[in-house]
Design a binder for this molecule. Sequence first.
Ligand code: ZN
Ligand code: ZN
Length: 433
Amino acid sequence: MIKGGGAAVTAGADQTCPDCGAAMPRDPRFVVWCDACGWNLDPGGKDPAGGRLEALERALSTRYGQQLYAELSAGGDTRPPRRSAVSLAAFALACLVHALTVALLVAGLLLIVLGWETGIQPAVGAVLVVLAVALRPRPGRLGEDALLLPREQAPHLYGLLDRVADEHGTRRVDVVVVSEEFNACVFEYGYRRRRCLTIGLALWTVLTPQQRVALLGHEFGHYVNGDPRSGLVIGTALDSLHHWVYFLTPHRPVGPIETAAAALMYVPRTLAVAMTVLLVRLTGRASQRAEYHADDLAARTGSSEAAAALFDRLALDDTVESSLRRQSALAATRRAGVDAKAIEERLWTQIAQDVAAVPARERERLRRVGEARGHAEDCTHPPSHLRARRMREGEQLPARITLDTPAAEAIDAELAPAARRLAHTVVRELAHQ
Ligand SMILES: [Zn+2]
Ligand SMILES: [Zn+2]
């Protein structure tokens, strides 16, 4: 992709920057930009997707992430304070959310039982009961089509995960889910709080073995970093609130009934949004501190150097996505000589090669774009460039857990069947978009 300039240039020839006159090396595969003044640094300039509430959550986590970066650079502690006025207020608000759900249920049952004769009251009551059930706090569950990799099929992978869990002094995971995403996450599910780690292959494949260890160090850090949002009471309350907001948001009002419903829902929706914003604000600072604490655990587990490189890699999400799209588009052309099966077969290897082939100059541009846009892993993480910078500026910790090539290859072999299935799905889905 070449943007800007406009003047006809031949491949390989340098351009001069229209703003400052500095020489700009030209690579036909990438954007031409000026590293002296930043001209044409970010011709795409896209905004992150998502609704207004998500945009607000993102903006808040960026702001708290920046403030905390400054505080931590000055020698602050990443461990969240156990009890503060703010954390108690957050806890109280979360209890209020759960109390509202209970009140809805009780009111519904009372209407049904006490107003049985009236006919209309039980109908209203039934609606309230259904609402309460729909909006109840959920303990979380595994997705129905999640691709599970059980312990007995991946002894080397689970062996590594167990080492990381033991290093953090926390319970081991019960199951691994493999996905196609450029991400990884941990969560607890069910009433027995079983533990799941999701490994997103698009991210996993572009990491070196030691960066993978650092990634696991961060993810397992989520189990021990005291993040109020992953606590049972506050976590489920936030979840319920997101359900409420979604439920109360009118979807395309077309007729008078929908318009009336939207008007009726206006007040409860505003209340639900206000409560969500308040709870996000009350937990925001502690949650960002907890993320930085998980980063410290990533460094302690996989080394500061690997952790910094990992956070740099996060800014390559667009590169990985366009690489995936290119391979899928190629597989979809039924041209002679194109073997769709072979493309699927080596999809993840190809993605890793494409990322490895990104030259230093383009990496630097992406790093600066990430910095300018405030790139973050998602709307709950601090800006990636600050996470990387903290790792570089802080004490350089050696790895407590190392993953050598044979061990990494054994794990790759265990992931191979899932990788094959996901490659098939990804290639098919992207080709049809
Ligand atoms: Zn310039
Ligand atoms: Zn995190």
